[in-house]
Design a protein around this ligand. Sequence first.
Ligand SMILES: [Fe+2]
Length: 269
Amino acid sequence: MNVQAEQEQVLTSSAVAGGAAPFVATGACEDAVGRAVRPLDMGKLREEYQQQGAFLYLSDFLPADATQQLIDAANALLPEVNRNYLPGHKAGGSVSRHTIDRLAPYIAELYRSPQLIAWLEKITGDRLQLSPQDDPHAYALYYYMRAGDHIGWHYDTSYYDGRRYTVLIGVIDDSSCKLDYELHTKDPGQADVPGSVQYPPGALIVFDGDKLRHRVTPSLEGEMRVSLTLEYVTNPNMRPWRRFISNMKDAIAYFGFRQVFRKALGVKA
Ligand SMILES: [Fe+2]
């Protein structure tokens, strides 16, 4: 299914899903993305992305109205946050794409924005596809709201047959958390280059998940940070054993078994 066809299908299914949907998808999202990408110098950004080994940070990307939509959604979804804890590696909260589809269609619309996808394709130089319907990471909110919430050093490994790109968008940041990263770790011809960024609401980061080593440093008492992640792939096929590993990782480390194995468990919404 192409991007356009799935966009129409998902927006339709969101509209008929029923329940309390505080946000209604409109053309406002696409308009905001247009205002975000139009003034950007594509040649310069593409070069920066390549020089940094498939990594780009824009401190000011989304217009304020779009950022506010994300902030409202993040606050409205607080009761839906799934807490997770992996000793020594990760602690935090997550809201998966399945919950977002039900309660925050603006985010689903942003993920499918044709202008955003076209812009990302120019930056990455790849033909991008949406993650499959059953991938809870396709778009998800990550919450750091208790002292010590963090994630240790990792790659966003692609379990798909092709590449997996991560887009991070700042939503709420009343915290001291930093995204630490190391560029070029998979390139034997280049020295590793460390970096660190505390990205504010509306900022955007895009990187190739298999190339960027990164972590989020622990939050302190009373802090609150929410980040939106969007995942795009170059080939949505996944071999069964990789699917199993990926599902187990997602169930334990992110979204819980009910969200990840919703089809097998007969979860309707
Ligand atoms: Fe990550």
